[in-house]
Design a binder for this molecule. Structure first.
Ligand code: CTP
Ligand code: MG
Length: 239
């Protein structure tokens, strides 16, 4: 991609996980926060950025129709389509990548499990890709001290925290780069994020500032935090 290219931007939303760490219940993306499914929050956040033209949701295999009708009932300022997700996150993203329209030149990948990402983060990732970075991820400095341990749980070393970043989504890519990365992906070494696949190609990945509210809802405590953020936004009249 060279600065000035005028294609459209798509956001792929892997939403096909079970949410096992959240405990028993519906697939995580369909569980409510403030009475609204997490996936709806995530799609709204992407659309609210005004820099996303198309959203492709990878839904749990058994819930594709339910997800499609749930999203069809909502007004979004972006086109939304639903595809069937796969057994791993990487597979769900690969399926969402298939069949993108030709005029899409920037692709974001955003976890449905990060429903409260601020629009500014989405905008800054897209801007960085459009200004010439082939792969862009939002990241935050790590606050805990990180130690590497051996199999017996004895500390081997303390990692230099200054050079670490905790990486979030949306991650943004030149479309051709992301497609090459997925085409080259090793199914036996599944990556936990898309930038990880791009790194394996030897392509440079750039980090822009992330945001605390772009955190991933993983455990029951995260739901408490997400509900508190929503309540604060509602009290401030922001939603
Ligand atoms: N995801 C997906 N397809 C899968 C697995 C995960 O689309 N087969 C999505 C999830 O829906 C989520 C994102 O990838 O939006 C990040 O994954 P994670 O937080 O691990 O969610 P789950 O896999 O649902 O949770 P858990 O690992 O606790 O079961
Ligand atoms: Mg998972």
């Amino acid at each position: 991609m060279t600065p000035g290219d005028l294609g459209r931007t798509a956001a792929l939303v892997p939403a096909a996980g079970r949410g096992e760490r959240l405990g028993p219940g519906a697939p995580k993306a369909l569980r409510p926060l403030g009475g609204i499914p997490m996936l709806v929050h995530a799609v709204r956040a992407l659309a609210a950025s005004r820099v996303v033209d198309l959203v492709v949701v990878a839904a749990p295999e058994d819930d594709v129709e339910a997800v499609a009708s749930m999203l069809a009932d909502q007004e979004f300022s972006a086109e939304v389509v639903v595809v069937t997700g796969g057994p791993t996150r990487q597979d769900s993203v690969a399926r969402a990548l298939l069949g993108l329209p030709d005029d899409i030149d920037v692709v974001l990948v955003h976890d449905a499990a990060r429903p409260l990402v601020p629009a500014e983060v989405v905008g800054s990732v897209v801007s960085a890709v459009r200004s010439g970075h082939p792969a862009v991820v939002p990241g935050l400095p790590v606050v805990d001290t990180i130690k590497q341990v051996d199999a017996a749980c004895d500390v081997e070393r303390t990692v230099d925290r200054e050079s670490l970043r905790a990486i979030q989504t949306p991650q943004g890519f030149d479309r051709a780069v992301l497609q090459r990365a997925h085409a080259a992906a090793d199914l036996d070494a599944v990556a936990t994020d898309d930038a990880g696949l791009v790194e394996r190609l030897g392509t440079r990945v750039h980090v822009v500032p992330g945001h605390e509210e772009a955190f991933k809802v993983t455990t029951p405590l995260d739901v408490v935090i997400a509900e508190a953020i929503l309540a604060r936004r509602r009290a401030a009249g922001a939603v």
